[in-house]
Design a protein around this ligand. Structure first.
Ligand code: DLL
Length: 430
């Protein structure tokens, strides 16, 4: 273990550390970020009023809109010349990217947390880490890179894309660990099989996958096809990047959220009310050590549950359940709430299907209709398509309760991702 004294800290000590850091963060944000100061003034709260961790609930939420409204650097708490790096995530709603930044200390914290996370996942010093997360403005590539170097690994900074070369490098260098989005790992597995390269016989033993929702069914698929143990990693640019939470290789039942650097709450996405441990809702994160971009009660829009029980690995930091999706990815089809991950759970492992899919939301008069496009395997005969389509539609209707159309597509018809997969296409807007 990298930092046993912190990772297994008694929860009472962890709470004391959190309170001390929370108060410091609030003083820092209040003094340096006009948006936070105005909001707190409107609520009639001053930094000195935050005396316990429960007082956090008195503070207003912050959202991605705050970052957009104060684009590009209006939410920053340090002068521009203290920023040593900028990252950004692509803008979904407004088209504007979300800009984030780091001081030298922020980068140091991030590398240390990523090293801690990779160790927690089972990566060890000396391992060859094939890093196929995209390098650049996206935090995945560079975030994992510095963490793996800090841990003492040999990093192969291949980034995403050029899948044939990925396979050559994986095989020839004998990588121990692959890091990528789960959808891209599946693409690599698929091409390796197609080209007759057996990665299962290679030293490769571990996959660290994240940056998009993925299911237990997909985990099993990746483990079998790549001959690895697959571990889930979570993070978001706004609060740091990858390394906010990760599964331990011992239990792989929920991701340890690093509570010495973040406070995690789960709230009702509609009312904002804080939910008790175990209830599913929207994850809200408060940063405790960020200098450049402190965020207080940031609404992530990601849906999960908190498990505060001590883990069998000995770590005391809480666990976040595998993410069901994002509030903005939730489809409401004729009154039924559906996440893409629920459909994925059914498609993966269905005989004759390759787990490449897209969900199309269209309109038939006043009614929304869901069409599932999914690929058949090369072995499946075109004559059996209609039968498989009916079987999938039946399964989705009985397990999720929505009626949908299934379009089985020939192999390679669904676009492959080299980063985050696009699962939902809303064709109503066209
Ligand atoms: O995706 C950071 C990252 C890179 C995480 C590499 C893990 C590995 P963003 O581009 O800002 O940052 O996107 C953040 O991606 O709010 C979630 O909706 C989603 N996401 C990230 N990890 C997971 C995961 C990076 N393990 C957004 N499961 C987040 C489900 C995830 N969704």
């Amino acid at each position: 273990m990298l930092e046993p004294e912190i990772e297994t800290m008694p929860r009472a000590d962890l709470a004391r550390l959190q309170l001390e850091r929370l108060r410091q963060t609030i003083r820092h944000a209040y003094a340096n970020v006009a948006v936070f100061r105005h909001r707190m003034e409107l609520e009639g709260i001053a930094p000195k009023d935050i005396r316990t961790l429960d007082d956090l609930r008195r503070l207003p939420f912050s959202t991605k809109n705050d970052l957009h409204d104060n684009y590009p650097l209006g939410m920053f708490a340090v002068p521009r010349d203290r920023l040593v790096r900028i990252h950004a995530s692509s803008g979904t709603t407004t088209g504007r990217p979300t800009i984030v930044g780091y001081t030298r200390d922020d980068l140091d914290t991030w590398a240390a947390l990523m090293a801690r996370s990779l160790y927690c996942a089972g990566v060890r010093p000396g391992d060859i880490v094939h890093n196929a997360y995209g390098y650049g403005l996206f935090t995945g590539g560079i975030g994992v890179h510095y963490g793996a170097e800090r841990l003492g690994c040999t990093v192969v900074p291949i980034s995403g894309g050029n899948t044939a070369r990925q396979i050559t490098m994986l095989r020839d260098l004998g990588a121990d660990v692959i890091c990528s989005t789960p959808s891209y790992a599946l693409r690599i597995a698929e091409l390796a099989e197609h080209d007759g390269v057996d990665l299962r016989g290679a030293p490769l033993r571990l996959g660290v996958f994240g940056a998009e929702p993925w299911t237990e069914a997909m985990r099993m698929e990746l483990e079998i096809r790549l001959g690895i143990t697959a571990v889930d990693i979570y993070g978001l640019s706004e609060v740091m990047g990858p390394g906010v939470a990760i599964e331990c290789h011992q239990a792989r039942r929920g991701m340890h959220g690093w509570e010495d650097h973040f406070i995690f709450e789960v709230v009702d996405p509609q009312t904002g009310e804080v939910l008790p441990p175990g209830a599913p809702g929207e994850l809200v994160i408060t940063t405790l050590t960020r200098q450049a971009l402190p965020l207080i009660r940031y609404r992530t829009r990601d849906i999960t549950r908190i498990n505060p029980e001590r883990c069998e690995c000995g770590r005391t930091h809480l666990r976040l359940a595998k993410f069901a999706g994002r509030t903005d990815d939730m489809m409401i089809i004729r009154g039924v709430n559906v996440y893409p991950s629920q459909i994925e759970e059914i498609l993966v492992g269905f005989a004759g299907l390759a787990p490449h899919y897209q969900l199309l939301i269209g309109r038939d008069g006043p009614l929304d209709i869901l069409t599932v496009e999914v690929e058949a395997t090369p072995e499946a005969s075109a004559q059996s398509y209609a039968h498989t389509e009916a079987a999938i539609a039946h399964e989705i209707k009985s397990r999720i309760g929505v009626t949908c159309e299934i379009h089985l597509k020939p192999p390679d018809a669904i676009p492959r991702s080299e980063g985050k997969a696009v699962r939902v296409r809303d064709v109503r807007k066209r």
